[in-house]
Ligand binder design. Structure first.
Ligand SMILES: CC(C)(COP(=O)(O)OP(=O)(O)OC[C@H]1O[C@@H](n2cnc3c(N)ncnc32)[C@H](O)[C@@H]1OP(=O)(O)O)[C@@H](O)C(=O)NCCC(=O)NCCS
Length: 227
């Protein structure tokens, strides 16, 4: 992967809502709304237990969902959701460190409905959450996962994340088992090169075997739709 160094100012922010089309799906990407509580709960309750185990909040629980929406409204969390047929099918959040000495660090989390995985949605949600982190001038983004979350690790690596640390026996699951925790990091000054136009961008989107910036992705998507 080609990388370069740049400043956050060169990134053009996407205006939400946006439509993402893939294989017959049209998925709306938008900010979390204050009346999304029930749709989020339904989303949480559709996900397999193993994927819910290590989430910061219990997204099958009304109080935790209420807390998430409240934190988002207060601007402490930035949340992008993916919606199809009035159902939430994925989200990404960015939450900035609360301690004075970690204000430059934000944590990113992503989850995609089991029925909508491998469409490229996780990648796109993460890209949008990245952009929103930049509006806060975050210098470092981290993601946390266990070593057996292979899909999660791959998707973050593909976006340019690298391993920062492994905390051994750091996570206790509900059955009392202790698991290692992998912390991955992304330096927001880092840029990737679009394989179509050669411009430095923060994240790339795969399409037709190429890694593209949003602008080239939209042009190609439009051409394919028209063709
Ligand atoms: C991780 C997760 C968000 C991926 O979402 P997704 O929409 O399926 O991801 P994408 O379709 O954008 O995948 C992009 C690439 O990531 C890799 N990838 C994603 N899931 C993978 C898996 N299970 N195994 C191997 N590679 C995987 C692939 O390279 C994939 O590209 P490809 O389909 O062209 O091969 C989803 O599996 C999920 O919600 N997992 C549970 C929650 C979680 O682990 N979150 C991460 C911690 S914050």
């Amino acid at each position: 992967m080609t990388t370069t160094q740049s400043s956050n100012a060169d990134i053009e922010m996407r205006q939400l809502p946006l439509d993402f089309r893939h294989g017959g799906h049209t998925i709306r990407l938008r900010h979390l709304a204050s009346d999304d509580g029930n749709a989020l709960l339904e989303f949480g309750r559709r996900q397999p237990n193993e994927d819910l185990l290590f989430q910061e909040r219990d997204i099958t629980n009304v109080a935790d969902i209420g807390d998430w929406i409240h934190e988002s409204e207060a601007g402490r969390i930035r949340s992008v959701v993916a919606e199809e047929n009035q159902q939430i099918i994925g989200y990404a959040t960015i939450e900035r460190g609360r301690l004075r000495w970690t204000r430059h660090v934000a944590e990113i989390r992503v989850m995609v409905d089991v029925s909508a995985r491998r469409l490229g949605l996780g990648h796109i949600l993460l890209g949008l959450a990245f952009e929103s982190a930049l509006t806060d001038d975050v210098a470092k983004i981290i993601a946390q996962m266990t070593p057996d979350q292979v899909g999660a690790r791959k998707i973050f690596e593909r976006l340019g994340f690298v391993e920062d640390a492994v905390l051994t026996r750091h996570v206790a699951s509900s059955d009392g088992e202790l698991h290692d925790l992998v912390v991955m990091r992304f330096d927001t000054k880092q840029r990737l090169i679009c394989e179509e136009c050669g411009q430095p961008v923060l994240t790339l989107i795969p399409m037709q075997g190429k890694q593209l910036c949003w602008a080239c992705y939209e042009i190609l998507d439009h051409e394919l739709g028209a063709g």
